[in-house]
Design a protein around this ligand. Structure first.
Ligand code: PMP
Length: 372
């Protein structure tokens, strides 16, 4: 299996597929309708909300189902007026960065490991009184984990709402205390659910959200018939992955580190971004010593391997890595960034085959780029 782009999207988890089929066949009725079958669909939907609440440590009433993380991040900013001051980290996903536009945005810088230090936030909170602070839980490009518990606690102490985009954290690391954040963004397709389904957690059941208007669904907070089968699949995927989090993290991070060691033995100098800070078990963001990332990508792709150049959401743009830019890399380095993100099903053989493919591509590129 040569799929190494799980941070862009993941294959459907088998349990999610079964759950989606069951829900689609049995409970396809409109949860807002008044007859018995609709009531059943509504009950199952509410039970999925409860189960998600248990997984992420929030009251079910705080959860609003959305079409994914992009919608959740946009909905978060929608109520904020143009004069609202917001603090966001320098390495946020484009969906959050773009959604924050039109407000008074101050960026929280990251340290050389790509981490927002609590002291940085502390000094900003002493100087300003923002309407919102937003720092992602895990970065999509480098996999760097942010100290969101400390950041959330600091915000709480200052009476400032704290949001975390947990799209890359969920399904990979335990999320049982994520509910300590006032707002949380999640996306099903990053952890084995289907595309076009996600959620936004709000501070309380009374919090309003008028981003998508129309019918009374989601307790009047997000109009439109709920996609119950996709929601059921999302929650089932997260439940399945949550059962094996520790074991998967241990095995997979070992495989990833062995891959880095093997790459380093072959490629000098190989710069792995945020190598010394806690990061997701599946992610390697690295700056290759030579050759443009698109050359690596296309030649690996021909050999059946899928990798990326920074973030899929900003690909196509030259020097697209938000993280490597925030770390102050040169334009030349930016062009050599590649991102590899494994998954729950990736094996030692898959990693080994990828390392061999990198060596073959290197030889091909050094010969002048002609394929064999
Ligand atoms: N936030 C983060 C951190 C992400 O990684 C992504 C997906 N690349 C998104 C938001 C957007 O997610 P979606 O595809 O669900 O809109």
């Amino acid at each position: 299996n040569g799929y190494f782009d799980h941070n862009a999207t993941t294959p459907l988890h088998p349990a999610a597929r079964d759950a989606w089929l069951r829900a689609s066949e049995k409970h396809w009725h409109n949860p807002s309708s008044l007859y018995r079958d609709a009531g059943m669909a509504s009950q199952h939907l509410e039970s999925a909300r409860e189960r998600l609440g248990t997984l992420i440590g929030t009251d079910a009433e705080r959860i609003v189902f959305t079409s994914g993380a992009t919608e959740s991040n946009n909905a978060l900013f929608a109520p904020l007026p143009p004069d609202a001051l917001v603090l966001i980290s320098a390495i946020e996903h484009p969906s959050l960065r773009e959604a924050s536009r039109g407000r008074q945005v101050l960026e929280l810088p990251v340290n050389t490991d790509g981490v927002v230090e609590p002291d940085t936030l502390k000094s900003h909170l002493s100087a300003h009184r923002p309407a919102l602070v937003s720092v992602m839980a895990a970065n999509n490009e480098s996999g760097t984990l942010q100290p969101w518990r400390e950041l959330a606690a600091l915000c709480r102490a200052h009476g400032v709402p704290f949001h975390t985009d947990a799209a890359q954290w969920l399904g990979k690391i335990d999320a049982a205390d994520l509910g300590e954040c006032d707002f949380i963004t999640g996306s099903a397709h990053k952890f084995g659910g289907g595309k076009g389904c996600g959620f936004l957690v709000l501070p309380s059941e009374d919090s309003r959200l008028g981003f998508i208007r129309g019918g009374p669904q989601e307790h009047g907070r997000r109009a439109g018939t709920e996609n119950y089968p996709a929601i059921e699949a999302m929650v089932t995927a997260l439940e399945s992955l949550t059962l094996r989090l520790g074991e998967v993290a241990q095995t997979q991070s070992g495989l990833r580190d062995a891959f880095i060691a093997q790459m380093r033995a072959r490629f000098e100098p190989l710069r792995v971004i945020s190598e010394c800070s806690p990061r997701l078990w599946n992610t390697v963001l690295m700056v290759m010593p030579e050759h443009d990332n698109l050359k690596w990508l296309t030649r690996l792709s021909r050999r059946g391997f899928s990798i990326s150049t920074g973030s899929a959401c900003s690909s196509g743009k030259e020097g697209s890595s938000v993280v490597v830019t925030a770390l102050g890399a040169s334009a030349a380095e930016l062009k050599r960034v590649v991102r590899i993100s494994s998954g729950w099903e990736t094996t030692a053989e898959d990693w080994q085959a990828l390392a061999v493919a990198f060596e073959e591509v290197f030889e091909e590129l050094n010969r002048g780029g002609r394929p064999q």
